[in-house]
Ligand binder design. Sequence first.
Ligand SMILES: [Zn+2]
Length: 210
Amino acid sequence: MKVVPLISTGYDSNVYVLIGERVVVIDTGLSEESMRSRLRGVVEPEDVEVVINTHAHLDHCGGNSLFENAEVMLHELDAEAAKSGSFYGTASLFGAEGALKPGKLLREGDRIDLGEDVLEVVHTPGHTPGSICLYLRGRRALFTGDTLFAGGSFGRTDLQGGNMRQLAESVCRIAELGAEVLYPGHMETVRGEEARECAEVACQAARRLL
Ligand SMILES: [Zn+2]
């Protein structure tokens, strides 16, 4: 299986396309238009079977409408914010509209079968109540959404539903996983020793803020 990172510019989120026996997209950016242009030359939208949103902020869900035939997966605690179209206030923040119809609601420990690989759902609340990371254990690679970024920075908790105490627990839990590749929701991929340090630095910094 191949992981194709589509790194964002501006407020848009990163998008990750997993191409193997099944084609899976993790997060869809700010809008259908931007999703369509970013996907060009990678895969056809019709070939995407599963869309997973790491959390219900509009800059991660706005392109979902491009994937009409895909099954949409989201943590159960973020489902209401997605269905209502409020996206915890980020719809008005970004001046955009949209609403999701999640097909499958995820929980801690769920396993998403990709054929030759499995994505494990790690519930990491704090940035939103239903924020998740997705772990490819065989590759020690973790898709961190807006929970953890390069350099040991982490997601904001001042939006609706944010909780700093939960976020601190979540980044410390990520540090314990010992992932060797981090694919964050914004900014570049982090690898090797830097990935381990990044999670450890974030854990210590987040705890200091409590
Ligand atoms: Zn977010």
